[in-house]
Unconditional design. Sequence first.
Length: 88
Amino acid sequence: MADHHSPTEHADHDADAYVHGKMTVEEQTATYSLFMNLAKWGSLVIAAVLLFLTLWFQPGGSFIAGAIGGGVLAVAGFLFLKGGKASH
């Protein structure tokens, strides 16, 4: 007649059969760290270049103003981003 199966029978079996992985994650950690560093320093470079070009090419702007503004932002960003590792 009617089957008396639980609607979650297959999911329950999968949950019981699950085994926690034993794979090392050093490679994933290194890749994540590389991505974060590239994003962090790349964003600083883009911001400094954008400020430099904005100050240089605005009406009445000058190369010197752009160089000073971009340089100050680059140095300040370097000092801010270079900070020590956070202790977790």
